[in-house]
Design a protein. Structure first.
Length: 368
C-alpha cells in the first residue's frame, strides 16, 4: 500500500483541494457577489481618490489568485498595494518578500500571481508584500502593519479580505483571547481606515450539505443534521456574527448556495472509492481520480483512517452519502456566506453606502 501513487496514510490536502477547486463554483459565485458589492461602492464614490495608493490586505491568502480576481473590474484610481499573509510556506515561500524580490526562478505561487498581475495590469497593482503569519499565533497588527504604522496608529487598510481561514481560529489564540474575536478586533480596531471594510468568505454549516457531511465524518457532530448546540459551536459564520456583536462591530451577512460537481463516472466507481485495494483502477481515469479526491476533501481524513472506520462516519457511508446528494441535486450542496464588517473608524455615511451595496447583493441572489 505504501508504494501506491495515492497516499492512504495521510490526508493529501493539496491534491484534494485542487480537485475540489476544479469543479466547485464557490469562487465564481463569491467573485460575482464581491464584484457586485465593490461596484455598488464604487458607484457611490468610495474608490475615487487618486492618492494615496489603496491598501488591501489578504489574510489567509492561499496562492493569491483569489484576491487578484476579486479586485478586477474596479477602478481603483490611486492604484493598489496588496499585503498578503499566510502560514503555508508552499504557497508564500520561505520569508517576507515584496515586488523588489524579483527572482523568476523558485517563485512561490503567490509571488507568481502577483508579479503577473502587476506586469499585465489586470488590476492596477503598484506593489505588494507577502508575509508569513499564523492566525492562531501571530500578532495580526504587528504582522500586517509597518513599525511606523503601528507607532502612529495610521489604520492603513481600505479593504481586508479573509477567505476560508477563520475556521482555524475557533479556538484560543496564543495571546489567550478567543481566536475569531481577536482577529476581528485587530482588523476593525487597528487595520481598517475610516472608509475601510473587511470582506469575509466562509462555508456555512447547513444540513444536507458538503459541510454537514464533512463535519459528521470527522466526528465534529453526532449526526449529519447538526444540533443547535453543534451549530453554535462550529458554525464559522455564526461565530463571526457573535464575535461582532460582542465587539460592537457592524456585520452584514449575504448567504448563497452553490455546488461541488462530480463526473459522470462517480456512480460507476462507487465500490472502487470504498476499497483502497482497488485504487490502482483510478490511476488511468482522471475524472474518477478527481472525484475520489473531492470525496476526500469532504472527509478531511486519511484514507486508512476513514476506511477502518466502519461506523456511519466511515469511508463507505461517506461515498454513499455523496452519491445520494449527487443523485438528488445533481451535485453536493454547498452553502457559503459573504460577510462585510465595518471598522471602528467607519462613519455613518460609510455604513449607509455599505447597506446599499449589501442590499444590491441580496437582491442579486434572490433573482438567481
Amino acid at each position: 500500500m505504501e508504494c501506491m501513487p495515492i497516499r492512504t496514510d495521510i490526508f493529501e490536502y493539496d491534491r484534494s483541494y485542487r480537485a475540489y477547486k476544479e469543479t466547485a463554483d464557490d469562487y465564481e459565485r463569491g467573485w460575482l457577489l464581491n464584484r457586485t458589492l465593490l461596484k455598488s461602492l464604487q458607484d457611490q464614490g468610495l474608490f475615487s481618490r487618486t492618492n494615496p495608493t489603496y491598501v488591501v490586505g489578504d489574510i489567509g491568502c492561499g496562492e493569491g489568485d483569489s484576491i487578484v480576481r476579486y479586485l478586477q473590474d474596479i477602478d481603483f484610481k490611486g492604484g493598489l498595494q496588496i499585503r498578503a499573509m499566510d502560514n503555508y510556506v508552499k504557497y508564500i515561500g520561505n520569508g517576507p518578500c515584496s515586488d523588489d524580490d524579483n527572482h523568476l526562478q523558485d517563485m512561490s505561487p503567490v509571488e507568481k500571481n502577483f508579479m503577473q498581475a502587476k506586469q499585465s495590469q489586470v488590476i492596477p497593482l503598484k506593489d505588494y508584500r507577502i508575509i508569513y503569519g499564523d492566525l492562531t499565533q501571530s500578532d495580526i497588527t504587528q504582522v500586517m502593519c509597518t513599525e511606523e504604522e503601528v507607532r502612529q496608529s495610521t489604520h492603513p487598510y481600505d479593504l481586508v479580505y479573509c477567505g476560508h481561514s477563520l475556521y482555524y481560529t475557533r479556538q484560543q489564540h496564543k495571546n489567550g483571547r478567543y481566536g475569531i474575536t481577536y482577529v476581528l478586533d485587530s482588523i476593525a480596531t487597528d487595520l481598517l481606515s475610516n472608509s475601510g471594510i473587511a470582506i469575509l468568505f466562509h462555508s456555512c454549516l447547513i444540513s444536507d450539505s458538503y459541510l454537514s457531511l464533512g463535519y459528521f465524518s470527522r466526528g465534529m457532530t453526532q449526526d449529519v443534521i447538526p444540533s443547535k448546540e453543534e451549530y453554535q459551536k462550529h458554525s464559522t459564520e455564526g461565530l463571526i456574527k457573535k464575535s461582532c456583536n460582542e465587539l460592537g462591530l457592524t456585520c452584514y451577512d449575504i448567504q448563497y448556495r452553490h455546488g461541488m460537481h462530480f463526473s459522470k463516472d462517480l456512480i460507476k466507481y462507487r465500490d472502487v472509492f470504498k476499497d483502497p485495494n482497488r485504487y490502482d483502477e483510478l490511476l488511468d481515469n482522471h475524472d474518477a481520480l478527481q472525484d475520489f479526491y473531492r470525496i476526500l476533501f469532504i472527509a478531511h481524513r486519511p484514507v486508512e483512517n476513514a476506511y477502518a472506520d466502519k461506523s456511519p462516519r466511515g469511508l463507505s457511508q461517506l461515498v454513499d452519502n455523496v452519491i445520494d446528494q449527487v443523485e438528488k441535486y445533481g451535485y453536493v450542496q454547498m452553502f457559503s456566506c459573504m460577510q462585510v464588517v465595518l471598522g471602528r473608524q467607519g462613519s455613518d455615511e460609510l455604513k449607509r453606502k455599505v447597506e446599499v451595496a449589501v442590499d444590491t447583493c441580496r437582491n442579486k441572489i434572490s433573482y438567481e
